[in-house]
Structures are given as C-alpha cells and as structure tokens.
Design a binder for this molecule. Sequence first.
Ligand SMILES: [Zn+2]
Length: 183
Amino acid sequence: MPDLSALSGYPPELLRQVESLLSQPDGLSSRLLDRYPHAHGLRSDRQLYDFVEQVRARHLRSAGRIAKVVYDSKVQLAYQALGLHVRSTKVHGAQLKARHDIRIAALFRDAPLPFLSMIVVHELAHLRHPDHDRAFYQLCAHMEPDYHQIELDVRLYLTHLAAGGGPLWRAWPEGVPASSKAD
Ligand SMILES: [Zn+2]
C-alpha cells in the first residue's frame, strides 16, 4: 500500500486514481512534469526574499515588511510544516514591534513557480489569520487563484517522494529564467 498520508481528507476516488498512477512506472511523476515542466530558478535566500516581498506588497501592503525569509532544510516535509511562519515580539522602548520571519522548506527551492507561490501565499496569509479557517483559505485563493489545485499538486509531489521517487525538478540549470543566463 502506498503512503497517501499527504492526501488525507481528499475524496476516495481521487486516492484510487493516485494509487493507480503510482502503480504505473512514472505515472504520477510524468503527470506532474507535464503540468509543471520548469523549475523557478529562485534558489538563493535573497531571490526568495524579493519574491515574497513582491507578493506581500501587492496583496498585504499594510502588513509591513517581512524581516527575514529563508529556505530551511530543517523544515520537515510534513505538510503542516512545509513553511513556517515565526512571529516574535520584541520590545523597542515603550513600543511593541512584531517581527515576521518566514522559513520555507528546502523542497521548494527546486520546484516549479506555482509551488513556491502557493507556499508563500500560505505563509503570508498567516500574517492575517493564524488558523487554517475559511477566512484564511479565502485570502490564499485571493492572492493565488489556483491555490487549491496547486496545493493538491504539491501533495501529489509529496506522495511521489514518499513512494521513493526522486526530486523531479533538480535538472539545473534547465530552470534558469532566460533573462538570467550568462550569454
Ligand atoms: Zn499554515
């Protein structure tokens, strides 16, 4: 029996489809690669920070800048911990100032742009909504209209990895955006 724990809560028909894809060689991986052929190429923490700040400035301008954004290989691949939003409060004189850090699981460094966008939107939405409630998911879908489809595809990728499949988007430098190529 394949490990489908990343897909808990999805309908049984979908789980049967995934099982069937997993039973074929490259069934699930070719499905994912067809849909997402390229890695995003934002591999440094600096590039990641700029991307997160762009999304935040567009949708959550009043939330204030994020202090720090990093890829973190210690963030576990369990879905609940794919990203990690750290809110700390420091005393600055008489003022309480909230500081927001975001840690993104290293898995998303070599991944398609929609996957990165999904997890970034998820972590940014926590600036407004601490819990995974209806308002939280509405904000996610506002920032990334394909949020729910991409979340499912990220979970399918985790299922692929749990089944012993290798990383699908490490074919560096294929994912380098054309504009950043040396020539
Ligand atoms: Zn969350």
